[in-house]
Design a protein around this ligand. Sequence first.
Ligand SMILES: [Zn+2]
Ligand SMILES: [Zn+2]
Ligand SMILES: [Zn+2]
Length: 306
Amino acid sequence: MRIKKFTCINCGAPKVNEYKSPYIVCDYCGSFTDIDYTLGLDFWKEDPVKTEIYKAKKIELAHRMAYAVNTGNKSEHNKLQNYFWDFYYKTYPEYLPPSIDNEEKYNIYIKVCADSSTNYAFDKSWEQKSLKLNELQNYLTYYKIGDESKVNTEGFFHMAGYYIKFTKDGMKDFYDNPEYSIMHELLPLQVHLKMKLSMFVQVWLPYLTDTDADMFLKMTGFKLQYVDMEKPSGKKGQCSHCKNEIFIPEGSFKVYCENCHKKNIVQTFFTCSSCGAENNVPDNLSKPIECAFCGTENRLIKALFG
Ligand SMILES: [Zn+2]
Ligand SMILES: [Zn+2]
Ligand SMILES: [Zn+2]
């Protein structure tokens, strides 16, 4: 079969099951591991009226947030941020990371998004950088190809390069902050970065020529490679949550159901490679696991994919 190449950031396994959401969840260890930006774009384009309403609301909120920053009203800003993030995910539920699978996690997640955005908005050291970004955006020039507006190549890549660096730095700051440590579990840094960049890609792609778009997708890591892969052996099963059919590849411990977006635990024990004793499978499958009986380190999935 010919598939898009995704390699799990935790266990190294390829994605083998067909997926319907922009988020890629590993079929072997259940980690949330990547984003298929093209599927995300489909949801964005699916209902143009909805997207227009969203964009208009976002602009209105941005004005009110800017006013809150200018008047030093941090709590008002935070309220608006909470409103915005909730509105965003209610408008596009497909964009909600699959790791956020209950209301409690949802509330924590929205709060972290809002708090961190407010902190950045009121942080002087970030202010300079975002002013610079605005400036680069304001200096962009456009030209027409037929009816379509296209952005000038040089100015765009200058701005995009700045934005990517800006986002990476901000992300590093964010994940280093113990206040947001829950995010390591909810949304791993690498995936979060890709998610942010995919939002940026979505906004700009219509303004790029095919050549520029191609270069831009490569630069942001969204240019998907296709690879030939033999479908691994495995068996059919039934999702324990929604009863839909799922494919369980051989060697898998957790399979994500693409229908209901929940994980199925398919193996709860593993056999120690050294003494043969049965051990419980831990939550985090990506780390080497010591056998409880003989102490030998076992690698559960890495062993399969090197
Ligand atoms: Zn994995
Ligand atoms: Zn299901
Ligand atoms: Zn052992």
